[in-house]
Ligand binder design. Sequence first.
Ligand code: FES
Ligand code: FE2
Length: 420
Amino acid sequence: MSEATTTMAAREWPQALSKVPYWVFQDAEVYRAEQQNIFHGPFWSYLCLEAELGEPGDYCATFIGEQPVLVTRDFDGEIYAFENRCAHRGSLIAMDHYGHAKDFTCVYHAWTYNLQGDLTGVAFEEGINGKGGMGSDFCKRAHSPRRLRLANVHGLIFGSLDNDVPDIEDYLGQEILDRIERVLGGRKPVVLGRFTQNLPNNWKLYIENVKDSYHASILHLFFTTFGLNKLNQKGGIVVSESGAHHVSWSAINREAESGEHYKDQKIRSDSEYQLEDPSLVDSFSEVGDDITLQILSVYPGFVLQQIQNSIAVRQVLPTGVDTTDLHWTYLGFEEDTEEQQLVRMKQSNLVGPAGYVSMEDGAIGGFVQRGIAGASGEFATVQMGGQEAVSSESRVTEASIRGFWKVYREAMGFSIEESK
Ligand code: FES
Ligand SMILES: [Fe+2]
């Protein structure tokens, strides 16, 4: 453990991966420790798209956890990232989420920074008429904001505040890399739109939801009603070796619709409901295979989504114990035809805060947060599909949720209770 790690050894966590204590979603001390151990720890966090920094001078002000960071493209063509906090008295250096600048001037006392984050100017450094000023021992070089380590994976820019983070290839592993490449490899994304969704719940409840292939076709009746995703369709779950990352995928198979599985469970799966405009769910093969849904997560807080032809990246940012900002960016690709872009725009109605498919995800975390109030001594049961955190051909499993907790509890340094 690095010195900066906040030890949580006084807290006990059950040995079984299938038991998750509810206090982990409620406790302010845990929340503070996460900022240090996870978001400042040896992990990679998604920052922005390379395509969003097309020109030298383009920048993006974003976050790793609560930590503000600034990502830039300098005139040497390279991408840089550094803490978005003035070395003087701590003001944000840049305010706008996206912008373009030759350099940055802090609004408070006009200290300046170049696009690589070096402190280049201090207003009245020499004082006036030999009086005041910074003194001769002040060295600007020693006061530049901390730089981040950066990695670019098929146009996704990841950053880490910990220099000891493993290389991104080792961090993700080949299976996850391959699935990112499947969607983004060799094509240049175009941003079709963005929005931020406020969630009334702890960030980890949203991560659980993303990794939860079990709920998708049950909570989201649109999926089953219109045959977009059923658990009896061809599909599976990939859990990375460490447990940290996951992929859930499926392929539309119209035969699966005639199965009795959902009727047996009393879940609506066929009905008199018809879409007024069926073209909403018309789609083209995204990359030449039959996979119509691929949800991929990278620990701790990144999601790459392909739902039919709706491609999006999501950045999960905690803003408090029971509040989370979810940033969505919808993508097309430069080589898309006009028709394809139209399909993508139509299908963007399926997901997001008001999406036909996923509006429930914006509410369910809040239902859990409210449901567990008063139950900090109790545990969630996460044992669908067994006790392990491994890949599976069945999506009736919570394996990838267990994988998240496996990595999380270790990073947090909880004591493991052998007896539970
Ligand atoms: S806080 Fe930035 S110049 Fe003073
Ligand atoms: Fe969902």
